[in-house]
Write a protein that binds this ligand. Structure first.
Ligand SMILES: Nc1ncnc2c1ncn2[C@@H]1O[C@H](COP(=O)(O)OP(=O)(O)OP(=O)(O)O)[C@@H](O)[C@H]1O
Ligand SMILES: [Mg+2]
Length: 210
């Protein structure tokens, strides 16, 4: 399964989600690749020099599509972390993917900034056909009521589904990379790890139902 994690808006959690999902499937013993398609190279910087069982962390190189297709031959999961404001690499990652995830914080300005990525998705659909694409609410604060407003906003403005699993705001997401780790290895029993497991389960179900 090839998963592109995209959003034109910066700081919505693309890298955090890509890294932690990749560690999750690798930890479950699936050969996994994490492809860094961002020139900021955050994944490579934090995880590129480590020897992690079942996980290949690499750059997208000049052609993300070619890189991903090669990797998908011997990796059960390929996660692509994309750059904000880089339409070309985002487009290619989306074209290559079996599943597209758009992480967004449940805030009006962030949601509004997701317009571009949805426009791009529609043009890809016209050219290549349907690829499942879901919004993922990230950095949701406990004790706040998202209510129907956020979901209605997405439904009304973008006509795209939202994953049932939500990723909450946990400090551990900032702490784990400092020791070169993911949430799964850093604190496997933490609620954050449980949410990520739920997210992977939901994504697999979507993929299998296609
Ligand atoms: N669920 C979360 N809980 C707490 N902090 C989070 C969460 N998700 C992301 N963060 C923090 O938010 C910041 C931005 O996250 P991240 O770098 O993953 O976003 P990004 O979309 O990849 O950014 P960019 O567009 O610059 O590549 C980071 O400091 C990260 O630790
Ligand atoms: Mg990033």
């Amino acid at each position: 399964m090839i998963v592109a994690i995209v959003n034109q808006k910066g700081g919505t959690g693309k890298t955090t989600i890509a890294v932690n999902l990749a560690f999750g499937t690798a930890n479950a013993k699936y050969p996994t690749a994490l492809v860094d398609a961002d020139t900021q190279a955050t994944c490579l910087h934090f995880y590129g020099n480590q020897d992690i069982e079942n996980l290949t962390v690499c750059s997208a190189g000049d052609d993300v599509r070619e890189t991903v297709q090669q990797l998908s031959k011997d990796h059960r999961f390929v996660f692509i972390d994309t750059a904000p404001h880089d339409n070309d690499s985002m487009y290619l990652a989306m074209v290559t993917a079996d599943l597209i995830i758009i992480p967004t914080r449940p805030r009006p300005f962030d949601l509004h900034s997701s317009e571009k990525v949805v426009e791009m998705l529609r043009s890809i659909e016209n050219e290549y056909g349907y690829t499942p694409c879901y919004f993922l609410l990230n950095q949701v604060k406990h004790g706040t009521i998202l209510g129907r407003e956020t979901l209605d906003y997405i439904q009304h403005n973008f006509e795209l589904p939202v994953l049932k699993t939500q990723i909450h705001d946990y400090e551990i997401y900032g702490q784990a990379p400092l020791s070169g780790q993911s949430v799964f290895l850093y604190a496997p029993k933490h609620k954050a790890a449980q949410e990520l497991r739920n997210l992977l389960r939901e994504m697999n179900k979507i993929y299998k139902s296609q």
